[in-house]
Ligand binder design. Structure first.
Ligand code: ATP
Length: 234
């Protein structure tokens, strides 16, 4: 579904991605793990067209995303939930969700998807008329995910969904991610919480300073001694 080949991305003189190659197959949860600054967020930003790449290619459903605008990429079925849950403060929860569907014209489909989002995140329905800025951290994460789902993505890019959340909410978010996969959306997940990420991932890639250094099934990597030492606290 998604193929990344020898992708390079620079910020000025900083080489954030030094030629990464990876793929995501339809129906999978694939996770990218690695230390701070390894290039995980940059990979997602390159896919969603937020950052320009230096070289290499990104192909989604057989189509090269080169020079496509971020908006075009959403239209093709990729939705990105950035790190730090950028919800729109000053807009209500419902308005935030509607913003997620702003490129769509199918009113009936939008209505169905809003219902689906409310079923998945009942708290968002309870708070639908409230200013999004008044939500707790966990609720804002749910809103950011709900908003992304409102574009009816084929591929959902999630950047650190567990960041800053209490353990019970982390478990809830991960269970929702599994659910999203079950409903047929493919997921590329960036996580610091490697243990949780590997536990739900079909496959994983490990990044270090702009390169992919290891890959395998979630299970394989979770049981690897090296990974345990480096990323899972021994
Ligand atoms: P984190 O979990 O901390 O976000 P990451 O693995 O997602 O880490 P990136 O955010 O992709 O890593 O960053 C990769 C490298 O690029 C780092 O060295 C980072 O400092 C640098 N970088 C990221 N964004 C920018 C930017 N806008 N300008 C300059 N350098 C940047």
């Amino acid at each position: 579904m998604l193929k990344i080949d020898n992708l390079e991305l620079n910020y000025g003189v900083i080489r954030a991605l030094k030629g990464i190659t990876m793929e995501v197959n339809e129906g999978e949860i694939v996770t990218l793990i690695g230390a701070n600054g390894a290039g995980k967020s940059s990979t997602l930003k390159a896919i969603s067209g937020i950052e320009k790449i230096k070289s290499g290619s990104i192909t989604f459903m057989e189509e090269n995303l080169h020079r496509k605008s971020a908006q075009d990429i959403v239209k093709r079925g990729i939705s990105h939930v950035p790190e730090g849950r950028r919800i729109f403060p000053g807009l209500t929860v419902l308005e935030n969700l509607e913003m997620g569907a702003y490129l769509r014209k199918d009113k009936e489909g939008i209505r169905q998807d809003l219902k689906m989002v409310y079923e998945r995140f009942p708290i968002l329905e309870a708070r639908s008329k409230q200013d999004a800025a008044t939500l707790s951290g966990g609720e804002q994460q749910m809103l950011a995910m709900g908003r992304a789902l409102m574009s009816r993505p084929k591929l959902l890019l999630l950047d650190e969904p567990s960041m800053g959340l209490a353990p019970i909410l982390v478990r809830e978010i991960f269970s929702i991610i599994k659910d999203i996969k079950k409903q047929g959306t493919t997921v590329l997940l960036v996580e610091q919480n490697a243990r949780m990420a590997l536990s739900i991932a079909d496959r994983a890639y490990v990044m270090e300073t702009g390169s992919i250094v290891l890959s395998g099934s979630g299970e394989e990597l979770a049981s690897s001694k090296d990974i345990q030492k480096a990323y899972l606290g021994g």
